[in-house]
Design a protein around this ligand. Structure first.
Ligand code: FAD
Length: 814
């Protein structure tokens, strides 16, 4: 009597098991029950049929029933739902969904491959005919029918499927709003690694709502959010995760987890030795933690199907466990992960280090080089716990190599030594994987001490070793710019009594600076992953765009009246293949040659440029009017400034600074008053005000260096100097000083609340271009010499002040 095997579910896990069974032992009678009308279809391709990228529906049907029957001799019953399992009799009860009859089928072995079902939150309107899930071909067909009548889609849930649907709905020309209840998209990843995804969504004009949940859906498809906002959609997609289809197993008394997953051993055998289970429905081994987990992905389902077949055929195959390797495309971006995230590592209490590395996918000199950003999490002994990779090209190669390294228990030291393919088009002589190994190993070996972007101490001296053009696109507040190539000659400008945090764009120049300073005896740390990673933590993209409009004719102030109308010209600049700061430097050079009002259209392939350019425009007085994706890159349109602001334009971040100014007379050297002056000045300069602080009388003490400068002075001047505070660190509160206790308390409170202290505010003001002017007359009266003042201070008299005040529209006296 041949073995009879029944398989419930005829797609990924079920069909891979069925075909393997027949390849191993053709005498086995294999019957597959599938409640849908197709088997073995590519559900992973469904979003792309919706987007029109896979135009032909039949391409998704990887195999047909007829084809499988012919090739393997399988008995495949579509439109047949298994409604119960009778373990005692080793039978399944099956309903024919076409004619509603019920039949009983005996088995020797049963394989449950019933997959999972999208979770639909129980909110009013969730069952409306405008609400869809995407799980089976039938779902896709219903969606395709509805789409021609739809203009604005709301996608609820920004995981794998939500992101794929979002992209594809945009391809079809719909307006799309993506709603996510977490504070970041791709909730399975660490938040900072998802910043580029958010940027990519915004560049592609997707409306994204984070920290939001849908509360109800109206009959016409409008979605009411928790915050009270309403998404004006007419079609809604529920992409809020999946739950296992395990009712049959639970009813049959098989062991399941509290969340309903079927528990299997390494042979994919359930608590009943004659019943196997595979795919989305099972709970199995986690190779990283050694615990249990479930991963709803096609790769594990297929591998598990093979393992179940092997064991049914008497082979002793074992499933190697899960690590959650996945990849998703979001417009031009690829996003991938394997193993544990940092959040999970923390939850498990596993000691770890992490490194952020942004190597190029191939050498810069070959056109089209793009960065591939990697976050690797590893144990103090070097074993890899997890990795996340984001980029444009080469992401799959990086994640697959790291996934294999993790599975085969390699360490970050092994990554240094991997011999990987390289030619100018691919990889690198120092491959990205080697770079990840070097950076991570340096951390373990103590060759570099890193500080993470979210852990920079407030009293650290932050040293930016990038080029000035890079700093124009944004800096860490309070940092001092000394390009790495000038560091040797300017090392005396650095403090010897503070922790210095070096940083550059991605970590390499910061590391070079670190090594130099460390050997010089400084207390120094390098910022993990550089400014790029820091900005992923602290500068979430919020680019709101204006509809691209022509800036209109510009009235020339100098030309004679007759020909005073200057028509703006449009110029195109291709900076593809260049990496930061290359694109910005080229843009800077190009824009200098244009006249105000001309439009520079820049084509770039570095997404970092799209992140940097809004701040750059803001800092340099130009106007960003649009960012959009084009092919494998981005087009950024900038109007050369200064340009007049159209009346309706109030929302963009990238408005041209109006001609406005603020002057502050700082008369006081009381800590609280000076703090107020700098808070206002920093705020004003960031809003585009030309800001000047004029320090006079006691206010001059704010500008004094914190160490005494040996200088020729009269006795009276010396006495004055001794009695007055030496710089910002020595200032006291005007009230409640209480012999210094109040001042210390205030500084402590500010620190605990993460409020910038006065030294940082001062440094930030200098970096941001606030003019600090010392009153020459007061200096004379108080015996303060130029050498005693901090760098960057100008000296001016009343005339200087009045000139600045005349150009300003706000004047304050503190
Ligand atoms: P499924 O492939 O879902 O098959 C289960 C089948 O069982 C279903 O056809 C169902 O009708 C049938 N069934 C259920 N109950 C019964 C019953 N009682 N009687 C008879 N039949 C029954 N994974 C990736 O790795 N990469 C991707 O890019 C990717 N993209 C995806 C995109 C979409 C839109 C979706 C929906 C999934 C995607 N996945 C992806 C996930 C992947 O498809 C699943 O993890 C995989 O298909 C799970 O295989 P499975 O065999 O467990 O279940």
């Amino acid at each position: 009597m041949p073995k009879r095997v029944i398989i419930i579910g005829g797609v990924a896990g079920g069909m891979s098991c069925a075909t393997r069974l027949k390849r191993l032992d053709d005498s086995i009678e294999v019957t597959v029950f599938e409640k849908g009308s197709d088997v073995s279809y590519a559900n992973c391709g469904m979003p792309y049929h919706i987007g029109g990228i896979i135009p032909d529906r039949s391409s998704l049907l990887v195999q047909t029933v007829k084809g499988l029957q012919g090739r393997y001799g399988l008995d495949i019953r579509t439109n047949h739902e298994v409604i119960a399992i009778n373990r005692d009799k080793k039978e399944v009860i099956v309903k024919n969904l076409i004619n509603n009859t019920t039949l009983t089928f005996p088995y020797d072995y049963l394989v449950i491959a019933t997959g999972s079902t999208p979770i639909v939150p129980p909110i009013p309107g969730a069952n409306s005919e405008r609400v869809f899930v995407l799980n089976h071909l039938s779902d896709m067909d219903r969606i395709m029918e509805r789409l021609p009548q739809s203009k604005h889609a709301c996608v609820i849930g920004a995981g794998f499927i939500g992101l794929e649907l979002t992209e594809n709905l945009k391809h079809r020309g719909l307006e799309v709003t993506l709603v996510e209840m977490q504070d970041h998209v791709m909730p399975r990843m660490d938040s900072e690694m998802t910043t580029p995804i958010l940027q990519e969504l915004l560049v592609n004009k997707v409306n994204v709502y984070l920290n939001e949940t849908a509360q109800s859906i109206s009959e016409d498809g409008k979605v009411q959010l928790k915050s009270g906002k309403v998404v004006d959609s007419d079609i809604v997609f529920m992409c809020a995760g999946v739950k296992p289809n395990s009712k049959l197993a639970i009813d049959a008394g098989l062991e399941t987890t509290p969340r309903g997953y079927i528990v299997v051993n390494e042979h994919m055998q359930t608590s009943d030795p004659y019943i196997y289970a595979v795919g989305d429905v099972v709970d199995t081994y986690d190779i990283v933690t050694g615990g249990r987990t479930s991963v709803p992905l096609a790769g594990p389902a297929n591998r598990q199907g093979r393992v179940a077949a092997d064991n049914i055929c008497g082979r002793n195959s074992k499933f190697g466990g899960l690590q959650g390797t996945g990849i998703v495309k979001v417009f031009n971006l690829a996003v991938a992960q394997t193993g544990l995230t940092e959040i999970q590592v923390k939850q498990q209490g596993i000691p770890y280090h992490k490194a952020y590395v942004h190597p190029m996918q191939h050498p810069r000199y070959y056109p089209g080089a793009q960065p591939v950003s990697v976050k690797i999490i590893f144990k103090p002994d070097g074993y890899i716990l997890g990795a996340q990779v984001v980029g444009y090209e080469g992401v799959e190669s990086m994640i697959n190599t790291l996934a294999m390294a993790l599975r085969h228990k390699l360490t970050v030291f092994d990554l240094e030594d991997e011999e990987l393919a390289y030619s100018p088009q691919w990889g690198g002589a120092k491959h990205g994987i080697n770079m990840v190994g070097y950076v991570a190993s340096n951390i373990i070996r103590g060759d570099v001490e890193v500080v993470n972007p979210d852990e920079i101490p407030s009293n650290a001296f932050i040293l930016d070793v990038r080029e000035p053009a890079e700093a124009e696109a944004g800096t860490i507040p309070g940092s001092t710019l000394i390009p790495v190539d000038q560091l040797r000659s300017r090392v005396n400008e650095l403090p010897t009594d503070a922790t210095i945090i070096t940083y550059c764009a991605v970590g390499l120049r910061g590391y070079i600076a670190y090594r130099f300073l460390k050997q010089k005896g400084f207390n120094v740390k390098n910022l993990n992953g550089g400014y790029r990673t820091w900005s992923w933590f602290h500068r979430k993209p919020q680019f709101t765009y204006t509809k691209p409009t022509s800036p209109g004719p510009i009235k020339s102030e100098t030309a004679p009246a007759d020909d005073s109308i200057v028509q703006p010209e449009k110029h195109r600049l291709d900076v593809s293949g260049l990496q930061c700061p290359g694109p910005l430097m080229k843009v800077k050079q190009a824009i200098e040659l244009l006249k105000p009002g001309d439009v520079l259209e820049v084509f770039a392939t570095d997404v970092g440029f799209t992140c940097d350019v809004p701040a750059w425009c803001q800092n340099t007085g130009h106007k960003l009017i649009n960012i959009k994706s084009e092919g494998k890159g981005y087009v950024v349109e900038i109007v050369k400034g200064p340009v007049p602001l159209p009346a309706e334009e109030t929302e963009t971040q990238c408005t041209t600074p109006k001609k406005r100014g603020l002057t502050i007379i700082c008369f006081s050297n009381d800590l609280d008053k000076v703090l107020a002056a700098f808070v206002i000045a920093n705020g004003a300069v960031s809003m585009g005000y030309n800001t000047t602080i004029f320090f006079t009388f006691w206010g001059l003490n704010v500008l004094r260096k914190k160490t005494k400068v040996e200088i020729q002075k009269t006795l009276l001047e010396k006495m004055f100097g001794i009695m007055m505070p030496l710089g910002v660190n020595a200032l006291k509160l005007s009230k409640m000083n209480m012999a210094g206790i109040g001042t210390r308390l205030m500084k402590y409170i500010m620190k605990t609340k993460n409020i910038m202290g006065l030294p940082e505010l001062l440094q930030n003001a200098i970096n941001s271009g606030v003019k600090l002017v010392a009153c020459s007359m007061s200096m004379d009266v108080m015996g303060i010499k130029k050498e005693e003042l901090i760098d960057g201070v100008e000296i001016g008299g009343v005339g200087y002040y009045l000139g600045e005040a005349g150009n300003a529209n706000i004047n304050l006296f503190i």
